[in-house]
Design a protein around this ligand. Structure first.
Ligand code: FPP
Ligand code: MG
Length: 290
């Protein structure tokens, strides 16, 4: 299959829906906060989390439109995490995707609020009864799953543990894995499990998605670490700080294979999920990764 074409089609669907949520007249008192949120949301990055959500719906043979609010919610949360991660109190990064970071462009005060706004909007998208006219008990489970993945026992918790651990010089592999699984893996896992919940996947399908997401999520962060190391960035809390680059690459491939093996219960409708796992890990060989 043509993965680039698949990505383009899905990105258009996601961006089309996001655009609808982010239209605010320039004379509105909320124009500035919307500008700041839009700045990091558009054109955005690879949209990998939201595309995984649509690919999960495809694997189940279900309509993508049903899960578009999940896709938008994930992009909103991911974008908030990047804005806050770049702040002086955290990573203190002046650039993001080759552009000035949100706080450089809008100031720390508005950047903090832009992150808060995006986080809150994610739950507005997912809980909007008008777009989700299905079973409200299932919707509640989906919202719970997102909250767990993003919150203090998920992404925020992973980030908070990393902040504390940074005070120590060295980090052992089990600790590093724990940080990666929470900081990055939980949201990627949620990109699979939330659509599984909402689309009433069987237990077997849900468990397969969960395990695919966990393995891919960890592989994703290892590849991100490898790319940083290849750009010459030395991070204490990264896989290349505890093992050689070749060992990191072998670990990423092992995780990808584990992710792929989970998809054996699905037919060819899961081809996009299979190709995405390969794409994520192949990026570690790219000359100019993004
Ligand atoms: C790059 O994603 C981002 C990561 C690998 C995740 C790093 C984790 C955080 C920033 C969590 C921080 C948490 C808080 C609460 C501040 P990507 O390659 O998909 O980026 P893209 O959107 O540019 O493609
Ligand atoms: Mg960072």
């Amino acid at each position: 299959m043509d993965l680039q074409k698949y990505f383009k089609t899905k990105k258009e669907m996601i961006d089309g829906m996001l655009e609808k949520h982010f239209q605010v007249p320039s004379e509105s008192p909320f124009a500035e906060i919307y500008d700041a949120m839009r700045y990091t949301l558009f054109p955005g990055g690879k949209r990998i989390r939201s595309i995984l959500t649509l690919a999960a719906a495809d694997a189940l043979g279900k309509d993508n439109n049903t899960v578009l609010p999940i896709a938008c919610a994930l992009e909103a949360i991911h974008t908030y995490s990047l804005i806050h991660d770049d702040l002086p109190a955290l990573d203190n990064d002046d650039t993001r995707r080759g552009m000035p970071s949100n706080h450089i462009k809008f100031g720390e005060d508005i950047a903090i609020l832009a992150g808060d706004g995006l986080l809150t909007l994610a739950f507005e998208f997912l809980s909007n009864i008008e777009t989700q006219n299905g079973d409200s008990a299932i919707l509640l489970e989906a919202i719970y799953e997102l909250a767990r993945a993003a919150g203090p026992r998920g992404m925020v918790g992973g980030q908070a543990c990393e902040v504390r651990k940074r005070k120590e010089k060295e980090c052992e592999l089990p600790v590093l894995q724990f940080l990666h699984i929470h900081k990055t893996g939980m949201l990627i896992r949620a990109a699979l499990t939330i659509p599984a919940k909402l689309l009433k996947a069987s237990n077997k399908e849900y468990e397969a998605f969960k395990s695919y997401g966990e393995n891919l999520g960890l592989a994703f962060q290892i590849v991100d670490d490898i790319q940083d190391a290849q750009k010459g960035k030395k991070e204490n809390f990264s896989f290349p700080s505890v093992m050689s680059l070749d060992e990191c690459k072998a670990r990423a491939i092992e995780l990808k294979d584990k992710a792929l093996s989970q998809l054996s219960i699905f037919d060819k409708k899961a081809e996009p999920l299979r190709h995405i796992a390969t794409f994520v890990v192949e990026r570690m060989h790219a000359k100019n990764p993004n």
